[in-house]
Design a protein around this ligand. Structure first.
Ligand code: ADP
Ligand code: ASP
Ligand code: MG
Length: 436
C-alpha cells in the first residue's frame, strides 16, 4: 500500500483537482491524503479570530466570502446537474456549521471545529467528483482513527488498530481518500496536527499500517538545497537521510511539517517529495541511506528567543544544567539549541507562551538575558568527526554577520547558528554562494 499526500496547491482549483488523476492510479491500493484547498485554512483562521474577538459581523462576512469561492469551485468541478447539486448541498452544510458559531462561547474547542472544515470539504468534494466520473473510491473519516494523546503526541498503534478495520471492511476497494491535518485529542474532541500537518498525517498513516512508501506531492520538485522563497538558483536534492530531512524540516524547510519525518523513519518507510505540476521530475527520496562527504542543504527557522543564564554557581558545579532544564520541562517548553561555557549557558526556544514564568524562575540561578527576533540557520550535510573543511566554509561565508550562538558536534549532520532575524536573508544567500 502507498500513501499519497496532496497539499493545498495540488487541490487548489477544480482544474488541479481533476488533474490528480494523472498521478493517482485508481486500480492500485493506496490511501490519498488531502489538505484543504489552498488558502482555506488561512481563511478559517481569520474567521476563528473574528469569533474570538467577538466580531460576529466580520466572521459572517469572511464566512460568506469563502462560501462564495466554494460555490464557484463546485460549479467548475462538477459537470452534471446532479453533481453540482450534491456539491452545493455539501458546502452549504459546512458553511452553515461555520456560520452557526456564537461569539459568547467560542473557545479553542470551537476554533478547532472551524479549522477542520477545510480538509472535510476538500476530501468529500474530491470523492463526489470521482463518483461523478465513474471512478470508485472510499472516504476514510480521519476523525475515526487519527488520535493524539494528552501531550499532543500522535498514537501510532491506536491509529493502526482503528484504521486497519476500516480498510478491511472495504477490502475490494483500492482507492481510499482521507483528510490530512485533523484528528481527535485525548478528550475525543476535534483537534489538529498544527499548520502544515497533512504531511504528518501521511507519515503517521504510513507508519501505522507499515505502508510501502509515502509520497508527499506538492508544488515544487523536492527538497531544495536552500529556501527557494529567499534564495535564487536553488536546486532539488535527489536523496536525503531521515535524519537530514528531519533537521531541515524542523529548522524551517516549509516543504515538510517539522515532525513529519519521524513516524516514517521509525518504521523505515521511504518518503518521496514530488511535484504535482511536474509529475515526472525525480524529486527527493528520503531513506536511511546517507551520502557521505557533502553539504546537502540550508534552512532557517524564525521566531526564536535566546536566553542566557550566567552564574558563578555554575563553576565546577554539577546538577546546575539539570535544574535549568527542569524549569523548561515544567513549562513544557522545548529547547532547540544549547551552548555552554564554564559560567554561563545559552538556550533557545520558539514557544514563548510561558516565557515570563520561565525567566522568573531562572533568575533564582543568576543573571538572565533575553534576545528576541532571532533566527536559527541550519546547515545540513556530512559533518562527521573526521571530515575536514566544511565547518570552516560555513564560518567563512558568515564572517560579516554577527553570530549569537553556534551548535556543532551534537550530531554528524548539522551545524546550527543563531543570528538576528534581520541578517537571515544575507546569511542564507552568502552560505549558498559559498557552499554550492
Ligand atoms: P503544500 O501546500 O503542498 O503542503 P507547502 O507550501 O507547505 O506545500 O510547501 C511547499 C513550499 O515549501 C514550496 O512552495 C517552497 O516555497 C517552500 N520551501 C521552503 N523551503 C524549501 C526547501 N528547502 N525546498 C523546497 N521547498 C521549500
Ligand atoms: N490545511 C492545513 C494547513 O494549511 C494543513 C496542511 O495543509 O498541511 O495548515
Ligand atoms: Mg505543507
Amino acid at each position: 500500500m502507498k500513501i499519497l499526500k496532496f497539499g493545498g496547491t495540488s487541490v487548489g482549483s477544480p482544474e488541479r483537482m481533476k488533474k490528480l488523476l494523472d498521478i493517482i492510479r485508481p486500480e492500485e491500493k493506496q490511501i490519498v491524503v488531502l489538505s484543504a484547498v489552498a488558502g482555506t485554512t488561512n481563511s478559517l483562521v481569520e474567521i476563528s479570530q473574528a469569533y474570538l474577538d467577538g466580531d460576529k459581523r466580520k466572521a459572517k462576512q469572511l464566512t460568506d466570502a469563502l462560501h462564495d469561492k466554494y460555490k464557484t469551485f463546485v460549479q467548475e468541478l462538477f459537470s452534471t446537474e446532479e453533481g453540482r447539486l450534491k456539491g452545493s448541498e455539501l458546502i452549504s452544510y459546512h458553511f452553515t456549521l461555520i456560520g452557526s458559531m456564537g461569539t459568547e462561547l467560542f473557545t479553542p474547542v470551537e476554533e478547532k471545529v472551524v479549522l477542520a472544515q477545510g480538509e472535510l470539504l476538500s476530501t468529500t468534494l474530491y470523492h463526489f467528483y470521482l463518483s461523478e466520473i465513474g471512478v470508485r473510491s472510499a472516504l476514510l473519516p480521519a476523525l475515526d482513527f487519527m488520535k493524539i494523546d494528552e501531550d499532543n503526541e500522535p498514537m501510532v498503534e491506536y491509529i493502526g488498530s482503528h484504521l486497519q478495520p476500516l480498510l478491511d471492511q472495504k477490502a475490494d476497494n483500492t482507492l481510499f481518500i482521507t483528510q490530512g491535518y485533523i484528528c481527535r485529542n485525548s478528550f475525543g474532541e476535534i483537534d489538529n496536527l498544527r499548520r502544515g500537518g497533512s504531511d504528518y498525517t501521511a507519515s503517521l498513516i504510513g507508519a501505522a499500517i507499515r505502508a510501502d512508501e509515502v509520497q508527499i506531492w506538492t508544488d515544487i520538485d523536492g527538497m531544495h538545497n536552500n529556501d527557494p522563497r529567499i534564495v535564487k538558483g536553488t536546486s532539488p536534492i535527489a536523496q536525503l537521510s531521515f535524519d537530514e530531512a528531519a533537521e531541515l524540516a524542523y529548522f524551517g524547510a516549509k516543504i515538510l511539517h517539522p515532525q513529519s519525518v519521524f513516524p516514517a523513519q521509525k518504521y523505515k518507510i521511504p518518503v518521496r517529495l514530488l511535484n504535482t505540476m511536474e509529475p515526472t521530475a525525480a524529486g527527493t527520496l528520503i531513506t536511511h541511506e546517507s551520502e557521505k562527504g557533502r553539504i546537502k542543504s540550508i534552512a532557517a527557522k524564525d521566531g526564536i528567543t535566546a536566553i542566557k543564564i550566567q552564574s558563578s554557581r555554575m563553576l565546577l558545579a554539577y546538577g546546575f544544567l539539570r535544574r535549568v532544564f527542569e524549569v523548561f520541562e515544567r513549562y513544557k517548553t522545548p529547547i532547540d539549541m544549547i551552548t555552554t561555557s564554564e559560567v554561563a549557558v545559552s538556550v533557545t526556544i520558539d514557544d514563548t507562551k510561558y516565557l515570563d514564568e520561565i525567566l522568573k524562575e531562572l533568575q533564582d540561578f543568576g543573571s538572565v538575558e533575553v534576545d528576541h527576533d532571532q533566527t536559527i540557520v541550519c546547515v545540513v550535510g556530512d559533518f562527521a568527526y573526521g571530515t575536514h573543511g566544511f565547518a570552516s566554509r560555513v564560518f567563512e561565508a558568515l564572517k560579516h554577520i554577527s553570530i549569537r550562538m553556534i551548535s556543532y558536534g551534537g550530531s554528524n549532520y548539522n551545524i546550527s547558528l543563531l543570528v538576528n532575524t534581520a541578517d537571515k536573508t544575507e546569511a542564507l544567500r552568502s552560505l549558498h554562494n559559498r557552499l554550492f
